[in-house]
Design a protein around this ligand. Structure first.
Ligand SMILES: Cc1cc2nc3c(=O)[nH]c(=O)nc-3n(C[C@H](O)[C@H](O)[C@H](O)COP(=O)(O)O)c2cc1C
Length: 347
């Protein structure tokens, strides 16, 4: 197993030597070998041994508060020959080593850890979590599970992107995606995809009320951004609709040889997208299917909106959650009217 991590606090040469001494002694007892490299505030470690010994050591290492942001880079099974059969754990502190090879190695490792952090920014939390456990997400089997699916996107985005300058559009989309991601992940949801100005996320079905709360948080946070924006600011067009549905989905790695997604597919995903689209027609910010209402434990201020054909086996009763914001109804006209006041009306 190969992983890298970051110091959680400044560590002296003595601290690192102490980790090395302890590790060598204990690994020798457990039949584990490998190498530990430090560079700046980073650790890189290769651990070799019987799978149970490696898993147990990695579990201890993950709990160690001397480092953080542990990312498993690779796990390999059925390895015929060890790379370091004679080292129960040799430590190389590259910051205190000289020579051309070490200088070159330092640059390579430094670049590698920068690249890893960039890649992490583009990776879903679920994939990072699987990798941190030392598993290869591509090898985790697909599974059928119940999930609550949340869709949200910006109201009147086509009009906004047609009429506002590129910089304003990119600022709005960035702020919107950031706001949604924070509100969703704070309540335990997994943001699985950005679709232009839209966000697809899912929650465990034991977290229905958290998912509903995350929709309320999105609405309140956007209202706060609009209210504190200066007059004629483009931020005042930031409105969104949220749709919730739940049911069985297939979860796991899906995609092509060019790009993989760790995601969910299934009927609730399509339904949530359609429920979200209904927010425009019904002039309301948060809509959910009847199954979501039934699974919720809390008393929400819900209004039945009627029964709709969403392409499911039978028409679906839909409920609206009122957040109590003045601007909740007819958000679309609000956005286009406001655009008329800050940019020349379209001919
Ligand atoms: C970067 C780093 C590498 C480590 N490598 C090892 C190792 O190879 N073997 C080992 O036994 N402990 C290693 N440790 C220490 C373990 O995290 C843990 O503190 C130790 O195994 C004692 O665990 P225990 O108190 O649960 O028995 C390492 C710690 C750090 C921060």
């Amino acid at each position: 197993m190969t992983y890298m991590s970051r110091f959680s606090r400044p560590l002296s040469r003595e601290d690192i030597a102490q980790i090395g001494e302890y590790s060598s002694r204990r690994n020798a007892e457990d039949g584990v070998t490998g190498v530990l490299v430090t560079l700046g505030t980073m650790f890189f470690q290769i651990i070799e041994g019987d799978q149970r010994a490696v898993d147990a050591l990695y579990a201890r290492v993950l709990r160690d508060d001397r480092h953080t942001d542990v990312v498993c880079l690779r796990t390999e099974g059925h390895v015929a020959d060890r790379l370091f059969p004679d080292w129960s754990m040799n430590v190389f502190d590259l910051d205190h080593q000289g020579g051309d090879v070490v200088v070159a190695l330092k640059v390579v490792l430094g670049r590698m850890s920068e690249a890893q952090h960039i890649i992490e920014q583009y990776t879903q939390p679920a994939v990072s979590q699987i990798m941190t456990q030392g598993l290869n997400p591509l090898e985790v089997p697909l599974r059928k599970v119940d999930r609550l699916v949340l869709f949200t996107d910006m109201v009147a985005f086509s009009a906004i992107s047609d009429r506002l300058p590129v910089e304003s559009v990119s600022e709005l989309v960035g702020l919107y995606l950031e706001t949604c991601s924070i509100c969703i992940s704070r309540k335990g949801g997994e943001v699985t995809k950005f679709l232009g100005d839209g966000v697809m996320a899912y929650f465990d079905t034991s977290e229905v009320d958290d998912a509903i709360e995350s929709c309320v948080d999105i609405q309140l946070e956007l209202a706060r951004i609009r209210d504190k924006a200066p007059p004629r600011s483009a931020l005042r067009v930031l409105f969104s609709g949220c749709g919730l549905a739940l049911g069985p989905v297939i979860e796991g790695s899906m995609g092509s040889s060019i790009k993989m997604d760790y995601t969910i597919i299934g009927e609730p995903v399509n339904t949530a997208a359609r429920v979200e689209a209904l927010t425009r027609m019904l002039g309301t910010a948060i809509l959910m299917t009847d199954d979501v209402r039934a699974a919720s434990q809390r008393q929400w201020d819900l209004t039945p909106m009627g029964v709709f054909d969403l392409g499911r086996e039978s028409p679906t009763p839909i409920h609206s959650l009122t957040v109590g914001l003045a601007a909740e109804h007819d958000m679309r006209s609000l956005v286009t009217d406001y655009l008329d006041t800050i940019v020349a009306p379209q001919s």
